[in-house]
Ligand binder design. Structure first.
Ligand SMILES: Nc1ncnc2c1ncn2[C@@H]1O[C@H](COP(=O)(O)OP(=O)(O)OP(=O)(O)O)[C@@H](O)[C@H]1O
Length: 293
């Protein structure tokens, strides 16, 4: 298990970036790390990878504090992507494989497999600088995966990818997790995180405000009533409990109240056409908004 225990980090006297960050990720688990800009995700991942030193706290893998040797068995996709722009794609992936201790033939084989899996076959002999940003990102991922790491730490691996590339990458991560890899990735794409992850951690201002399987977080937040009304005036819900938003031109009332549901239904029917009336658990996106508010 990868355990992150009570990490603290300040940049100078005034800037406290991490204020007690703890979570754990089991082998085979995909952990989505979410939080607003500046919440502390990159700082946490840099500390796990030894790029930054924590002021306090500890990171262990399989019960042992991680050091240089352990980290060689980790794969990392840093926020500041680091590829050699003039090197060809296949050459680059092989090169990183060699840096991680693979033999020339192992590196060649691993690079060829990843090039195929990540849909880079047509670009294998092109210099990285001639690739689109999305394709460079695929190469960056290949570099993180080439040595068959036990742990994957990926800083916003999905940002800037087209929907098909998102699916490819999600499949690759699922495959690695099925093979027993502990996967941590940060993302602002909450629907994707909800779909892909076994568990999530929500960080706000340097503190973890929620961690656990998405289903458990949703169940803990409780069911809420959701009413969607078309053609209603903006003040139809005045005096009713809950929060009113507009989605695709429809008025949407969301409330945790259980007592007033019939009253709300009557008001909605009088106000316009009721397109949906039901109780459901909140999405990760709603949980996130409430947790970081
Ligand atoms: N080298 C640094 N010097 C000073 N402050 C820093 C440094 N690195 C990070 N910070 C600050 O630490 C806080 C956490 O930043 P971090 O990059 O970890 O956030 P993040 O959650 O990854 O954000 P984003 O989603 O925008 O990538 C921010 O307030 C940031 O300004």
């Amino acid at each position: 298990m990868l355990e992150v225990k009570d990490l603290r980090k300040s940049f100078g006297a005034a800037k406290r970036a991490l204020d007690g960050v703890s979570f754990s990720v089991r082998p085979g688990e995909i952990f989505g790390f979410v939080g607003a800009n500046g919440a502390g995700k990159t700082t946490t991942m840099r500390i796990i990878m030894g790029v930054l030193e924590a002021d306090a706290g500890e990171v262990t893998w399989q019960g042992t504090p991680i050091d240089f040797t352990t980290r060689r068995r980790f794969g990392y996709m840093p926020e500041e992507r680091g590829l050699y722009q003039k090197m060809r794609v296949a050459e680059q992936i092989e090169y990183f494989g060699r840096l991680h201790g693979l033999s020339p033939s192992q590196a060649r084989k691993a690079a060829a497999d990843l090039i195929e899996q990540l849909g880079l076959t047509a670009r294998a002999n092109d210099a990285v600088q001639t690739l689109s940003l999305g394709n460079q990102q695929r190469v960056q991922l290949a570099v993180a995966l080439v040595h068959d790491p036990e742990v994957l730490i990926l800083d916003e691996p999905f940002s800037g990818l087209d929907p098909l590339a998102v699916d490819t990458l999600a499949e690759v991560l699922r495959g690695r997790a099925l093979g027993g890899v502990a996967v941590i990735f940060s993302s602002h794409q909450l629907e994707l995180v909800e779909r892909l992850c076994d568990s999530v951690g929500i960080i706000a201002r340097g503190r973890m405000v929620a961690t656990g399987p998405v289903d458990e977080l949703r169940a803990a937040a409780g069911r809420r009533l959701r009413v969607v009304v078309a053609d209603a005036g903006p003040d139809w819900a005045d005096g009713l409990p809950g929060e009113l938003t507009v989605e695709n031109g429809r008025q949407v009332l969301t409330t945790t109240t259980k007592e007033d549901d019939q009253k709300i239904l009557r008001a909605a029917m009088e106000a316009g056409q009721v397109e949906y009336f039901g109780s459901e658990y909140p999405s990760l996106s709603e949980i996130f908004r409430e947790a970081v508010a």
